[in-house]
Design a protein around this ligand. Structure first.
Ligand code: BTN
Length: 273
């Protein structure tokens, strides 16, 4: 099966560059930008040989998983770019829900009592299934000399395989009973993106995106620990603000807005180490 864009993405002017294998779809997308590509370009590959994640971590994409990067260009300095990650998270969550509905909602006893959502979004840009990471999103932005900002949204999904040897819980869609391919999920993602980008509206619609994101957020109102360099800041995950920053309320009532950091919930948040 080949990667393809659906009717909505094509009608909205998106293009696709698909590879068997590349080092990193995001690096490839940035290279297209350097060559003057105007954006609205999806770069997708069946396999990545040197994919990268946040905090300089390696990101594994063996064949069967999804590695997709979206190149966008915007006039101006791109200050709103950070909020694009939340739109991307919602698009991905919606796409997974559309193509693998059975993994998204609890069945059995839980269903009888109203069911429950297994698919959640973790600040800033992860998608979790039953609390384990199923996908990660990495935003990379540069400003071109002509004051145009270039953003690459890199999206990696564990469709068939969950990575080995990572320091947090991980899972894959297939491990959870979904019978889907990376290609099917990609088409759904690119379609869902069109709706989220319309809502995002160059940043003007972030308040709507923010509301939708908070409804699906993991750990809202719960203890949280945020690693900031060598320091750990503990408190309660209160909300995200209108720039997408994490708002954490400390025990003394003070709150802090955090724009980058590694987040832990639950036992790890209260363990005091
Ligand atoms: C994270 O650390 O959670 C973000 C992972 C982002 C991985 C994706 S896979 C497609 C794109 N290409 C890369 O090299 N990275 C991103």
């Amino acid at each position: 099966m080949a990667f393809a864009l659906g009717p909505k993405a094509l009608a909205a002017g998106y293009r696709l560059s698909a590879y068997e294998a590349v080092g990193s779809t995001s690096t490839e997308a940035m290279a297209w930008a350097t060559l003057g590509d105007p954006g609205k370009l999806w770069v997708v590959a069946k396999e990545q040989t040197s994919g990268h994640g946040r905090r300089g971590r390696n990101w594994q994409t063996p064949a069967g998983n999804l590695a997709a990067s979206l190149l966008l260009t915007q006039p101006g300095h791109g200050a709103t770019s950070a909020t694009l990650g939340f739109a991307a998270g919602l698009a991905l969550e919606g796409a997974i829900r559309a193509v693998a509905p059975s993994v998204a909602v609890k069945v059995g006893l839980d269903a009888a009592s109203g069911g429950g959502d297994r698919l959640t979004l973790k600040w800033p840009n992860d998608v979790l299934l039953n609390g384990a990471k199923i996908a990660g999103i990495l935003l990379e932005a540069v400003t071109r000399p002509g004051a145009e900002s270039v953003v690459v949204i890199g999206i990696g999904v564990n469709v068939l395989h969950a990575p080995k040897g990572v320091p947090y819980p991980v899972t894959s869609l297939v491990e959870n009973g979904a019978d889907i391919s990376a290609e099917t999920l990609f088409t759904a993602l690119a379609e869902a993106w069109v709706d989220q980008e319309t809502l995002w509206d160059e940043g003007r619609g972030f308040s709507v995106i923010r509301d939708h994101w908070l409804k699906r957020a993991s750990g809202l109102g719960a203890p949280i620990a945020v690693k900031l360099g060598e320091d750990v800041f503990r408190g309660t995950f209160e909300t995200i603000d209108d720039e997408g920053r994490l708002i954490v309320r400390a025990g003394d009532g003070s709150s802090r807005a955090i724009s980058a950091g590694e987040v832990h919930f639950g036992a790890a948040a209260t363990a005091g180490h």
